[in-house]
Design a protein around this ligand. Structure first.
Ligand SMILES: CC(C)(COP(=O)(O)OP(=O)(O)OC[C@H]1O[C@@H](n2cnc3c(N)ncnc32)[C@H](O)[C@@H]1OP(=O)(O)O)[C@@H](O)C(=O)NCCC(=O)NCCS
Length: 180
């Protein structure tokens, strides 16, 4: 895939269309010309969309859900604390087709539930969502991000590796449940 930078935009050909990114959004040139609409738009995640989002997560291999932590109440609490760092991607201003939840504890950033619906993958959307989340964490003064990904998630692991997230061979991941 060839890329070309011009006037703050990145142009590339995918699926036979000239597309370009500008200001966090991905445009399909043909549709953009025809109807003047943005194909993909990144917006802050809103709890009002919880039902649509949880439904997508439940139907996406690679997204690890944890009952109580992903309940409406818990996600609402997470969004309240991290309202500037969690995003969705909307397709044609309507359908939510991707998510990322980033948060921080004042020291480290953490990322959960990065996903893109299968029909929209390999379009650079995951990368754009991640860039948006990273920039938003930077604005909050965060220097380092950690995340977990299932070992058997080959594509997920390629994605994170390509994005510069290294496996820490010198550490063991540990956790303990402190509330039922
Ligand atoms: C991982 C995921 C979010 C990637 O989203 P995406 O929009 O398809 O990713 P992008 O198009 O931005 O790809 C970025 C890079 O990731 C890698 N990548 C993505 N999909 C890939 C695939 N199917 N095969 C090989 N590499 C792939 C490539 O290096 C790609 O860069 P390139 O297009 O320049 O080759 C998506 O596959 C997904 O939703 N998977 C299910 C949920 C999941 O596993 N989430 C991550 C675990 S926490």
């Amino acid at each position: 895939m060839g890329f070309c930078f011009f006037g703050g935009s990145v142009f590339f050909i995918y699926d036979g269309f000239l597309r370009y990114f500008r200001g966090g959004n991905c445009y399909n040139n043909k549709q953009h010309k025809q109807r003047g609409i943005k194909m993909y738009k990144i917006e802050k995640m809103n709890i009002k969309d919880y039902e649509k989002i949880i439904d997508m997560w439940k139907n996406t291999d690679g997204v690890g859900l944890s009952g109580d932590d992903d309940s409406r109440k818990s996600i609402k609490k997470f969004l309240k604390k991290n309202h500037n760092t969690c995003f969705v991607v909307k397709y044609k201003n309507k359908e939510i087709i991707g998510t990322i939840m980033a948060g921080n504890d004042g020291r480290r950033g953490h990322i959960y539930h990065l996903m893109v619906k299968p029909d929209h993958r390999k379009n650079g959307i995951g990368k754009k969502l991640l860039e948006k989340a990273e920039k938003s964490l930077q604005k909050e003064g965060i220097r380092k991000i950690f995340l977990v990904v299932f070992k058997e998630n080959d594509i997920g692991n390629i994605f994170w590796e390509e994005a510069g997230y290294k496996i820490r061979e010198d550490l063991n991941y540990r956790d303990k449940k402190i509330m039922d």
